[in-house]
Ligand binder design. Structure first.
Ligand SMILES: Nc1ncnc2c1ncn2[C@@H]1O[C@H](COP(=O)(O)OP(=O)(O)OP(=O)(O)O)[C@@H](O)[C@H]1O
Ligand SMILES: [Mg+2]
Length: 223
């Protein structure tokens, strides 16, 4: 209600956080939310594929170790099914309410993982992605980039601290070569959409990275 009284201006911007495993997306998104809340900017933080109840069930199929034989095409369709539900029931409603939406991974991850990583046809991915996302495009995408060895080391150390370290390691179990293709895939998407992307050197300390994140977000919301 506050923005109806003119105290808070609605800022419906869609910001996505992308990058390889362990690049610090989840760490940085939490700090970015704290920053927006400090500034009393209405925002929603969400993630793929687990941003909805349906998405949580889909993630169960995607990530359980006993589903290691899930084929690449089914993987693509499941991520996109989760996105279809997520866009329609979480992202679009929040944007319509004038909120900033911060999303941990989105359509670019599908190009990077299922396209560059798994080698699936980019044109098919484009059609399925657009259909799932109702052509919803981020206003800003922060790409956290670092060598894959460094990212995987962080992700593995984090997983080892969890109750169930195998809970979401479907991609961590892949080869270094697979992860290098994903990193390159992300950099290629960035090259094709330079106006939307900001490349962030993620091989630094958390505070230095967050400083860049805040600078890019404030530049966008001041527009
Ligand atoms: N800049 C950093 N320097 C050192 N460690 C970090 C840094 N950023 C995050 N970490 C730590 O690395 C681990 C992975 O970070 P985080 O979970 O944020 O990565 P992610 O990109 O979300 O990974 P995933 O793709 O697996 O979801 C965490 O334990 C986190 O605390
Ligand atoms: Mg994460």
């Amino acid at each position: 209600m506050a923005f109806l009284t003119g105290r808070i201006k609605p800022v419906n911007k869609f910001i996505t956080f992308e990058g390889i495993e362990g690049s610090g997306k989840s760490t940085q998104i939490e700090l970015a939310v704290a920053y927006l809340r400090e500034k009393a900017i209405p925002c929603v933080v969400t993630r793929e594929p687990t941003g909805t109840d349906i998405g949580m069930k889909i993630a169960d199929i995607l990530f359980k170790r006993e589903h290691g034989h899930l084929c690449a095409e089914a993987e693509l369709l499941l991520f996109c099914a989760a996105r279809a539900q997520h866009v329609r029931t979480v992202i679009q409603p929040a944007l319509r309410e004038g909120k900033v939406v911060l999303c941990d991974r989105f359509s670019d991850a599908t190009y990077a993982y299922q396209g560059a990583g798994r080698g699936l046809d980019r044109e098919i991915i484009r059609i399925i992605n657009d259909y799932s996302a109702v052509h919803t495009r981020p206003d800003l995408t922060l790409l956290f980039d670092l060598p894959v060895e460094a990212g995987l080391k962080r992700a593995t150390a984090r997983n080892n601290r969890l109750d169930d370290p195998a809970a979401s390691d479907r991609f961590e179990r892949e080869t270094l070569e697979f992860h290098r293709r994903i990193r390159e895939g992300y950099l290629e998407i960035l090259k094709n959409s330079p106006e939307r992307f900001r490349l962030i050197d993620a091989d630094r300390n958390i505070d230095a990275i967050q400083e860049d994140v805040r600078r890019h977000i404030s530049a966008l919301i001041k527009q």
